[in-house]
Design a binder for this molecule. Structure first.
Ligand code: ZN
Length: 676
């Protein structure tokens, strides 16, 4: 599970412990559409050993090699479209001030950012602002060898295929459709299913499920489910199977990395992961997850494979992602304290005793520095990650959770002075609270969410882990957020020295409510519902607590001088309401109460107050801030001796956005354009 950044607002440079040099680093790279591209620093890279740096280098090569897998998973025409657009971009001879050309470059930058033609967050298809004629002319002016053509195909054939996909709003309109009552597979453009209905897919996996085991594999995680000639079967992602060319190269990079691993456990982890890429056997994947979660002594760590399931409307299929990182030992003292007290938090949680873990296993948490982002972590990245996702592995072996502080630092520095707080926070007292404690409180919230929230609680025996179906992601994120929110207001947090004073938690509470009730709506288009799991969860929590506390006016939306603001009147009562909702959502998860989960989400999380939405959009627009941010990676260059052996690796931060994307497409494109 992953946490995405949303509410990083400017924080006081006094309290925020930023790395040396953070303030003078040039973070801004590019800005277009609703996106701002930043750069992140890798503080501490120079202090690693050359061996660790080479380890990171080879892992990073594996991280980039999976990029095209994700493009194909996100939609079956994505590689054809990206390669066509890139060819136009590289060979363009016309006027660069031409309106069509300018709109075309924005579209291409959006496609790069989203790893496909659908918005990375809303999953709506992009609307191109250039003309069809422009695209047709440009494609036809290119020689055939510069176009991604199938054997015997012409430019006209290519255009006939991709034009409707790009320009017709009715075709492949959404990557992930979660609208209740529709066939979620037929109405979703993602490429995890082909030719099957939702019912067929659900029946297929229901039949596969072994109900006698308490250690079920992650059914369907690494395959596309297809129907051909009336037969339904899985095309497994493996060497010799689907995505073979990329997976082979990834295995090669991992094998090289293995020689530089820090310990025997890391070597075994890599071997097991490579074995999984060879066989596609999900039992091997579980073995890999267990080895990975139990390896705690190394500094360098990584994720590199089919992981999160947010891109599949049924929540089964793993999108390819990678994060190469190393531990920030100093900042991890904070998360060590949290892990050591995990059992106390579990015992004192406001949930029913029947759903508590008697023994919290191996909650390990650390603060990390990312060194490379790939696949579904790039360019948009989570700020916290908690894995593995399999409930039984978490129960029996624990989970690893991370807070990515060089990313939150970049967000924080880049967001200073935008005027956001002045616009949306009505009073100087609250603004001061947020600016003083925002950075510290945000990071602690992420720590608690990842380290304790996701790992807390247990399922009742016999309850299927996917009982909540399409509502499970939202409810799981809500559960983790509520656990964090509830405890941030606990005096235990002060005793443990995790917040600087008893007012600090209010900064997080205020921001959370403002965000969930109002400001996160900047990410939604007028008339649309909320779809993304983290956004749904935030509105669910904010709306539910506001409604349940209405009689006591715990939280209100108030109009002041013609503008509406969120007002929190009673922080103590708000904390109790967080506790009540946590208890209910834990019950829903532990019992697998689908109906109750569905009602919560549909009643509180999905629909948007149109009037308030318009007001928020208008006010936000005036600030000129891009609502979404993403990152270019640093570049690593091997240092070689006279025999060509790599002896060290250096890092540099000067690659531009388009430059990096074109280089990745050049150096890491191993898959055919059409993978059907
Ligand atoms: Zn989460």
């Amino acid at each position: 599970m992953a946490t995405t950044a949303l509410s990083i607002i400017s924080a006081s440079p006094v309290l925020a412990k930023k790395s040396k040099g953070a303030e003078s680093f040039e973070y801004n790279v590019d800005k277009f559409a609703d996106l701002q591209i930043l750069r992140y620093r890798v503080p501490g890279f120079e202090e690693l050993t050359p061996k660790q740096r080479i380890y990171i280098y080879y892992l990073s090569e594996a991280a980039q090699t999976g990029r095209d897998i994700l493009f194909d998973q996100n939609g079956k025409y994505n590689l054809a479209i990206r390669r066509t657009l890139e060819s136009i971009y590289k060979n363009y001879k016309g006027d660069t001030n031409d309106e069509d050309y300018k709109a075309f470059t924005v579209y291409l930058k959006q496609v790069w950012f989203a790893n496909g033609i659908h918005h990375h967050y809303s999953t709506d298809k992009f609307t191109p602002a250039f003309s069809k004629e422009f695209l047709i002319n440009e494609v036809k002016s290119l020689p055939a060898e510069k176009l991604p053509l199938r054997e015997g195909e012409t430019a006209d054939d290519l255009l006939a295929e991709i034009l409707p996909v790009i320009f017709d709003p009715a075709i492949m309109a959404k990557r992930v459709n979660l609208a209740a009552g529709e066939d979620l597979i037929k109405t979703s453009a993602c490429n995890y299913y082909d030719g099957v209905t939702q019912q067929e897919a659900e029946e297929f996996y229901a039949a596969m499920r072994d109900t006698t085991t308490s250690q079920p594999i992650s059914y369907g995680l690494n395959s596309r489910l297809v129907k051909r000639d009336g037969r339904i079967y899985e095309e497994t992602y493996k060497i010799g199977g689907r995505y073979s060319a990329a997976l082979e190269k990834i295995a090669e990079c991992l094998e090289k990395a293995k020689e530089y691993a820090e310990n025997e456990e890391q070597k075994e982890i890599i071997e097991t992961l490579v074995e999984f890429n060879r066989t596609g056997d999900l039992k091997t994947f579980d073995e890999y997850c267990i080895k990975w979660v139990e390896e705690l002594s190394g500094t360098v760590d990584f994720i590199c494979g089919f992981t999160e399931v947010y891109g599949d409307p049924l929540g089964l299929k793993g999108s390819w992602e990678s994060s190469i990182n190393f531990k920030n030992h100093e900042a991890s003292e904070r998360t060590d304290i949290i892990s050591k007290n995990a059992q106390w938090f579990e015992d004192n949680s406001p949930i029913d005793d029947r759903f508590k873990k008697e023994q919290v296993k191996g909650v390990s948490a650390k603060v990390i520095t990312v060194a490379m982002l790939g696949g579904d972590c790039y360019p948009s990245t989570p700020i916290g990650i908690n894995l593995p996702n399999a409930d039984w592995i978490r129960r029996d072996h624990g989970s690893k959770s991370v807070t990515i502080e060089n990313i939150t630092e970049a967000y924080d520095v880049a967001s200073q002075g935008t005027g956001f707080n002045d616009e949306f926070i009505p009073d100087a007292h609250t603004r001061k609270l947020v600016s003083e404690y925002g950075f510290v409180a945000d990071n602690l919230h992420t720590d608690l969410h990842e380290c304790l929230g996701h790992g807390s609680g247990k399922m009742l025996p016999g309850v299927e882990s996917d009982a909540l179906k399409s509502y499970s992601s939202t409810l799981e994120e809500a559960r983790a957020d509520l656990f964090a929110l509830y405890y941030m207001g606990d005096k235990k947090i002060l005793e443990l020295g995790l917040l600087p004073d008893k007012e600090a938690y209010k900064a997080e509470y205020y921001k959370y409510m403002m965000n969930g009730l109002m400001t996160q709506l900047t990410r939604i288009r007028p008339g649309d519902n909320i779809e993304e799991a983290h956004m749904r969860n935030r509105q669910l929590i904010a709306r539910w607590t506001m409604e349940k506390g209405a009689a006591d006016k715990v939280v209100e939306i108030k109009e002041i001088n013609g503008k509406r603001y969120v007002i929190v009147n009673d922080y103590k009562k708000l904390r109790n309401l967080f506790g009540n909702l946590l208890a209910e959502i834990q019950r829903i998860k532990s019992e697998g109460d689908y109906e109750a989960g569905k009602n919560l989400v549909e009643n509180y999380a999905v629909k948007v107050d149109a009037d308030l939405h318009n007001e928020v959009l208008e006010r936000y627009k005036n600030l000129g801030i891009a609502p979404y941010k993403g990152f270019v990676n640093p570049r690593y260059t091997p240092v070689k001796d006279e025999n060509g052996n790599i002896t060290d690796v250096t890092v540099s931060y000067n690659e531009g956005y388009a430059e990096q994307m074109l280089r990745y497409s050049e150096e890491y494109s191993l898959l055919p354009t059409y993978n059907d």
